[in-house]
Design a protein around this ligand. Structure first.
Ligand code: IPE
Ligand code: MG
Length: 227
């Protein structure tokens, strides 16, 4: 979800206004997703690297996140959305963590769509914490590192139990993954568009989905074999 700051800048507004409008775009897309047959949606709300922004902007982002969570949790629940947060919780405030836990609990039995919010998330962080867990397993169980396979490693990742994304969308014109779901994006279709995130609407979303439908996914094989 890139381009909030530029959206505000173009209008002579503070970056915070762009983040607020970005929050409205999040709501538009989240509530539009189930009707489009989407069962899982993962939003990159705050990256491990976003801590390097000025302290005031970090505060704005975290406060908007908290307000949006508070404002939406009952509506998400009413829409049968299951919420889950992914990322390091080490630097988040205790009251925020409590609200995140409560929102996860409140929506735990919903099954229309799984909504993952990546907060203080980094693809490298995820891989490193999985590596640590695997190393710990080896030490504790006395097994050999040679027994670590792609699937045992994957079972230690933050989204171990979740199928990898089919489609990755980045708004705002940059053609980069920027440390999002690195491991899981191995076979995802990558969609980049120039629209700034606050301008991304349901029509933009449908364009991305239509593009996805046109892709031929071979997973290293050739078309005839896959079909
Ligand atoms: C993305 O918009 C918002 C988050 C980091 C959550 P940016 O803040 O990166 O906006 P630009 O790239 O400066 O326009
Ligand atoms: Mg940006």
């Amino acid at each position: 979800m890139d381009g909030n700051g530029r959206w505000a800048g173009k209008r002579g507004l503070a970056r915070a206004a762009g983040h607020r409008e970005g929050g409205n775009a999040v709501e538009r897309i989240v509530y539009a997703a189930p009707a489009r047959g989407i069962r899982r949606l993962t939003l990159f709300a705050f990256s491990s690297e976003n801590w390097n922004r000025p302290e005031s902007e970090v505060q704005v982002l975290l406060e908007l996140f908290r307000r949006s969570l508070r404002r939406n949790v009952e509506r998400l629940h009413a829409n049968n959305v299951r919420l889950r947060f992914v990322g390091s919780r080490a630097k988040l405030s205790t009251p925020l963590i409590h609200e995140m836990d409560a929102a996860e609990k409140r929506t735990a039995s919903n099954d229309a769509i799984d909504l993952f919010i990546a907060i203080d998330y980094g693809g490298r962080w995820d891989i490193v914490q999985a590596a640590r867990e695997c190393a710990r397993d080896c030490v504790e169980s006395g097994t050999s590192p040679d027994d670590i396979s792609e699937s045992t490693f994957e079972s230690r990742l933050a989204l171990a139990d979740v199928p990898s994304p089919d489609l990755f969308i980045r708004t705002g014109g940059e053609r980069r993954i920027s440390n999002f779901l690195l491991w899981y994006l191995a076979y995802s279709e990558l969609y980049f568009c120039d629209e700034l995130w606050p301008d991304f609407n349901v029509e933009s979303f449908d364009r991305a989905l239509a593009w996805f439908e046109s892709r031929d996914r071979r997973y290293g094989r050739i078309s005839a074999v896959v079909s």
